[in-house]
Design a protein around this ligand. Structure first.
Ligand code: COI
Length: 380
């Protein structure tokens, strides 16, 4: 059990007083946001614990709803002032664009607790930017970068008792942008909802991948490079089949030639041989992961030669290591890959490049290693 060091009243005051300057220096919605949060928090049944009552050593990645979510609606051209509300179900028109035509995007990012108790977010503006780019592709209105980042800060602080103790995992934040306006004929929705909820998250074990040849994840000039919700349900069939055969996930090949690596169902892939690290170049079919980009930069700093290029599936035979990157998985070692009945095994564990890059990334994310890149923001 974690030591109780602060009262619920302290939490209330911290949440209620949280407001954040935008890039332009303007402080947004301080008073109205604070009183809205206060109204919602006061009758709360939650305890006065500094931390939620959680087994922090066994978090997993199942949904573990936290206290508050953030909601902002765009009924005209722009998003206005969003607000926090207790985590709960949404009321939606049966003909909402997202339900009928899959007009939706999601993001994933994490909040960490530093050794001194302060809370950190990792590159949230990158998620904001990716959502903006995705929204343009999906004909949706999107929140501004400042609105997105402010909303993430508010959601994290409102749920701060769910941010795990230092070294025990992270709070996973899930921003969603969905078409909530009613449509029947195929068209963009007339209203969009931007919301963020949060759940707990811990690291993953080595992955054993299966190279999928019967299904494609993405096609050229499609939406593979966009974090749209409609990219994810279609991978469930292959993933379920792979899991039933004892694999942890599926590695996809390019749909045009079936010869080149693309990505795993929900994360990017890297291969390493000696001091050379390669990852498939983002060409529209591959998601431009924020962890992917960060790992590329860290690997260059560590003296590796990093190439973003076409990687033939045949190269898997010669690789020393394979690892995956993504917000949810972090930098996760791949123990084996099975392709056309042949199982290839890779180094995992101590002394690997994967472990070295993972330790550096996590060290920066948790505020243990100095952040020389301006990736981390302290929000309290
Ligand atoms: C993430 O890493 O945040 C993802 O988008 C993966 C998700 C499908 C669990």
């Amino acid at each position: 059990m974690i030591k109780r060091t602060a009262s619920f009243r302290g939490l209330l005051l911290r949440v209620a007083s949280s407001s954040f300057p935008s890039k332009s220096g303007v402080r947004r919605g301080c008073a109205s946001q604070a009183s809205a949060v206060q109204r919602m928090i006061e009758p709360s049944p939650y305890s006065e614990d500094e931390y939620a009552d959680v087994d922090w050593d066994n978090l997993g990645f199942g949904l573990r709803p936290t206290d508050y979510m953030y909601i902002n609606k765009c009924e005209d051209a722009e998003f206005g002032q969003g607000q926090l509300s207790p985590f709960g179900n949404l009321k939606l028109s049966p003909s909402a664009g997202v339900l009928n035509y899959g007009q939706g995007l999601f993001e994933g990012t994490k909040g960490y607790r530093k050794e001194n108790g302060h809370i950190l977010l990792f590159r949230p503006e990158q998620n904001a930017l990716r959502m903006k780019i995705g929204a343009e592709r999906m004909c949706m209105q999107s929140p501004s970068i400042d609105q997105f980042v402010d909303a993430l800060k508010q959601t994290t602080l409102a749920n701060r008792r769910w941010v795990p103790p230092p070294g025990k995992g992270s709070l996973y934040l899930r921003p969603l942008l969905i078409g909530t306006g009613p449509v029947l004929g195929l068209a963009p929705a007339s209203e969009y909802t931007f919301l963020i909820y949060a759940s707990l998250l811990e690291g993953t074990a080595p992955l054993n991948l299966y190279v999928e040849e019967d299904f494609d994840r993405a096609s050229r000039r499609g939406t593979g490079g966009v974090k749209t919700i409609s990219n994810y349900a279609p991978v469930l069939k292959a993933q379920t089949r792979a899991k039933s055969r004892g694999y942890s996930d599926v590695l996809y090949l390019d749909s045009a030639t079936k010869k080149n690596l693309e990505e795993v169902s929900s994360c990017n892939i890297f291969i390493a041989k000696g001091k050379a690290i390669s990852t498939p170049a983002t060409n529209g079919t591959i998601l431009a992961g924020i962890t992917r980009r960060s790992v590329i930069e860290l690997a260059c700093d560590h003296g590796y030669q990093v190439d973003e290029r076409v990687i033939q599936v045949d190269e898997l035979v010669d690789a020393d290591e394979v690892f995956c990157t993504g917000t949810a998985v972090g930098v996760a070692p791949v123990g084996s890959i099975t392709y056309q009945g042949k199982r290839m095994e890779y180094k995992t564990g101590s002394g690997t490049i994967c472990e070295e890059l993972n330790a550096t990334l996590i060290g920066i994310q948790r505020g243990i290693i100095e952040d020389k890149k301006g990736w981390v923001i302290e929000i309290d």
